[in-house]
Design a protein around this ligand. Structure first.
Ligand code: UD1
Length: 380
């Protein structure tokens, strides 16, 4: 029985790693790992495969960058012949990136059963490309694996039949728990990123970690300038480590915004490896982010997180975890950071089933699903 597993972008790699491992432990499946090529820079791609010990993809569709629509269409055009020539018994997709949606559409059109890991999350904000990807992928899926109970509720409300939905926990946390022991201590990373030691020396007494890449925050240069000014202001009180996504870097370069961080204690770096980023997050006093995965990782680590967005599709990180939604207004971000520095940040507890075993539960369910299909298709 063949399971095709699709990955395309950095967060997909973190999610697929433990699933590939769990599937490999069952000897009644074979898997084919198909990389769409959505992320292709070494720092966004190969480095993650090495850190997460993911097997080399069986195939790379090499779609590269483009508009959301072009990227989705390219993945569909290149994936269809692959799946048609060797038809899998199941296609597995993770997360909410364009590659997720594109592969889901191909599976649906070929009549191949579809499993979606991280189903049911909703920001209720259709201006986010990911929200469109999530809704359509879920609508087409035969097996929907959720990370939090809000996911089940959203799906039921949308009319998905409950027997397709399985609350299994969070594969991103499976990866994190399996990797924490190997995470790089922050001190080594900081001195390597800052050989002059101008910021790293101060950071030894505490630092905050920043990631920003959502189109709604970074694509408009004026909005991004406001955010950079806020970071510069916060860095007067605590040094910030800011690994920069290529999307953010491109806007800063094109709009010549680099000067806004000059003479500040914001240490900008290229995208970091998984083990380095994890090591920094673990030791950070707090995190400022607009990423989905980082909201979950900080909740599992118990590190206060300030999410620079108006909404989140991951409400459990707020209700139970260490996350606070602060919006993307520069003054609000500065005030929230000050509050943590003066009063300490939000604590929280680890959500149900974020226990490192989500991938095993997924493998169990897939096995049962495929067994049941064989049983019902066997002639009497
Ligand atoms: C994508 C996902 C987003 C996820 C993010 C993680 C969608 C709609 N968005 O956003 O959900 O949080 O990945 O990183 O799928 N680029 C490079 N090198 C690369 C990849 C991208 O330079 O290896 C640059 C290109 O200029 C590209 C831009 O980054 O146009 C954006 O890349 P893209 O894959 O379209 O979206 P992300 O912003 O990375």
């Amino acid at each position: 029985r063949l399971i095709d597993c699709i990955v395309g972008a950095r967060p997909n790699f973190v999610k697929i790693a433990p699933i590939m491992k769990a599937l490999a432990l069952r000897n009644n499946f074979s898997t084919r790992l198909i990389h769409t090529g959505q992320h292709y820079d070494v720092a966004m791609n190969e480095v993650f495969f090495a850190d997460l010990r993911i097997p080399k993809p069986d195939l790379n569709l090499e779609v590269g960058s483009g508009t959301s629509t072009a990227q989705t269409a390219q993945v569909m055009l290149k994936l269809e012949p692959v799946m048609a020539s060797r038809r899998p018994d199941l296609l597995l997709v993770v997360g909410d990136v364009n590659s997720t949606l594109a592969a889901a559409l191909v599976a649906a059109k070929l009549g191949v059963p579809l499993a979606h890991v991280e189903a049911g999350l909703r920001s209720n904000d259709l201006t986010m490309p990911e929200e469109i990807n999530r809704i359509v992928t879920d609508r087409l899926s035969n097996l929907l694996f959720t990370t939090e109970r809000a996911g089940n509720e959203n799906l039921i409300e949308e009319g998905v039949s409950p027997e397709k939905i399985f609350f299994v926990g969070n594969v991103m946390i499976d990866s994190m728990l399996a990797s924490l022991e190997r995470a790089e201590p922050a001190g080594g990373t900081l001195s390597e990123l800052d050989p002059s030691n101008a910021i790293a020396a101060d950071a030894a007494n505490g630092f905050a970690f920043v990631t920003l890449h959502r189109p709604s925050n970074v694509d408009d240069p004026e909005k991004l300038a406001g955010l950079l000014k806020a970071l510069s202001a916060i860095s007067r009180d605590i040094p910030l480590v800011f690994p920069m996504h290529p999307r953010t870097k491109a806007v800063i370069q094109n709009a010549e915004l680099g000067g806004l961080l000059q003479d500040s204690r914001v240490l900008v770096s290229p995208p970091l490896s998984y083990l380095r980023a994890l090591g920094l997050m673990r030791e950070a006093k707090f995190v400022i982010t607009d990423s989905g995965g980082v909201q979950e990782e900080t909740t599992a680590l118990g590190v206060p997180c300030l999410t620079a967005r108006e909404n989140t599709e991951r409400p459990i990180t707020i209700d139970e975890g260490s996350n606070t939604l602060i919006g993307a207004c520069p003054d609000a971000i500065i005030a929230a950071a000050n509050d943590i520095l003066c009063n300490g940040g939000k604590g929280g507890r680890i959500p149900a089933l974020w226990d490192g075993k989500a991938s095993e539960r997924i493998a169990d369910r897939i096995e049962a699903y495929l067994d049941a299909r064989v049983a019902t298709s066997r002639p009497l």
